[in-house]
Write a protein of this length. Structure first.
Length: 130
């Protein structure tokens, strides 16, 4: 496993798309914090894995597109549009920015920025993920 932040980024998003939650768990440090801009909440690794399971179970053909990523002094930043199809056959689109701190090849902090209104097709308008 490489420790280059962009390699970590690539592995993380490929694992999410593949639904490989054990690989995601291994990429995160055990005490990683996952923060969301829309509620200021912080998730543990296990809570985030549950959210990712929900997302991959709610959206078919899940894929990251329009990817822009860049190494930072402490890790990486990725801007993307998460796309797929909802269970009722509607297109799903979630523009987002992820800012990660990487230490020794593991994500220790993940800050996720997006407009929660894009989740409405999946949540019925709810403004939280967990």
């Amino acid at each position: 496993m490489g420790s280059d932040p962009l390699s970590v980024c690539d592995r993380l998003f490929k694992a999410v798309m593949a639904g490989d939650f054990e690989a995601v768990r291994e990429i995160y440090s055990p005490d990683a914090h996952i923060w969301h801009n829309f509620d200021g909440g912080v998730q543990t690794v296990e809570e985030n894995l549950e959210t990712l399971r929900w997302m991959t179970g709610s959206v078919a053909k899940l894929r990251y597109e329009e990817i822009r990523r860049q190494r930072t002094d402490q890790g990486f930043v990725q801007q993307h549009v998460l796309r797929g199809t909802t269970k009722d056959g509607k297109d799903f689109e979630l523009p987002a920015v992820i800012l990660c701190t990487v230490v020794d090849g593991h994500v220790t902090q993940l800050d996720e920025y997006f407009d929660v209104r894009h989740l409405a097709p999946l949540t019925g308008g709810a403004t939280s993920l967990g």
